[in-house]
Design a protein. Structure first.
Length: 59
């Protein structure tokens, strides 16, 4: 189960390289890591399906 997110932006840590990247929590297109190209988030029609760990909410 996903944590309750109040913010619209979250910092996600890539599972492959450890890069931390800020992304919108409800993405409309796929989001890839800027460093290694691994998938970080997929659109689902609602909240994103995040592939990495949520590090923090960004206000």
């Amino acid at each position: 189960m996903s944590p309750k997110i109040e913010s619209h932006f979250v910092k996600v840590k890539c599972n492959d390289c450890g890069n931390e990247q800020i992304t919108f929590y409800r993405v409309s297109t796929t989001v890839d890591c800027h460093v290694c190209g691994a998938r970080l988030a997929d659109p689902t029609g609602g909240f994103s399906s995040l592939k990495g760990e949520i590090v923090e909410e960004v206000e």
